[in-house]
Design a protein around this ligand. Sequence first.
Ligand code: ADP
Ligand code: MG
Length: 326
Amino acid sequence: MTQSTGEFALIDNYFKDLTGQSGVVVGIGDDAAVIAADALSQMAVATDTLVESVHFPQWAEAKQIATRALCVNLSDMAAMGAEPKWFTLALTLPVETASDAWLRGFSAGLAQIAAQHNIALIGGDTTAGPLTISITLLGELPKGRGLYRNGAKSGDMIYVSGTLGDGAAALEGLVTNPQGVLGQNKRLLEHFYCPVPQLELGLGLCDFASACIDISDGLVADLGHLCEASQVSAQIYSQQLPIHPELKQLSKQQYLQWALSGGDDYQLCFTLPEAQQRAFEGWAASNKIPVTAIGKMVPLDHNQNYIRVDNQSVSVITGGYNHFGQ
Ligand code: ADP
Ligand code: MG
């Protein structure tokens, strides 16, 4: 039985069976597909789409839309432990938006992130219609390396990078009260429009981690995907969740809900055997990458409850953002 619903059931029912076998190392169901390029090398391929008023507000600047579109796609490369190299851009935009000023801003945003990560735009498609940006990233993943959702084992430690809840706090500020404390918070705005893809961490994790996913729909939902793929349950402790001091000014109920179920964090959530803990934490500290242990993997229970927070079962379905969910 699967706990998929909404968009995930749609993918399972209509698209999952179309994955053939030829050269496909990992097909539908992970953060990126992995294909065998030749005997030694593999490529990771991931697509993400941003739609106006769904993934960014109508008043977002062109440059902000471009940086966000590229950063969230790069996050899927990080989750696979891949090194991003090339991308294509399918741009649909209303005729009235296609001004020189808008396109210059958009191009500058793409150029900024592409230069930071040394990636090249190699093609795409341009059409008129409601503003939608779809990017496909291609990355290198040497054979035998890579991070997948399905490798976690009972007893593994669960970690996240950075802080949680910032994406949801930023969205709340942007949408409900742009003039308020959250809406004016520069760190949160920067995080929303330029979430830093955890690429260095992803590459390093290939030496330590048993499984990995990026948190785009919320910790509970995405860790739930990792648990489902690995057929284990996660026990996490709310007190251990890394929350930025600015969010801790808010009510505990609010920041915990955002940290557990809010989307748009683009941090990595990953697991590793306890025996790797010291070596991994030493590596992370020497590379100045903030990581926090938040719990442990436990055997899957009979009711297929994938996530327990402080010893209480939490629904992975209502715990995250789902485009076609109830
Ligand atoms: P992510 O949040 O990492 O971008 P998604 O939740 O969007 O991943 O998608 C889950 C999986 O389903 C991924 O492996 C993705 O490639 C695949 N997928 C999503 N939509 C489609 C589709 N229309 N056709 C084929 N595969 C899809
Ligand atoms: Mg992902």
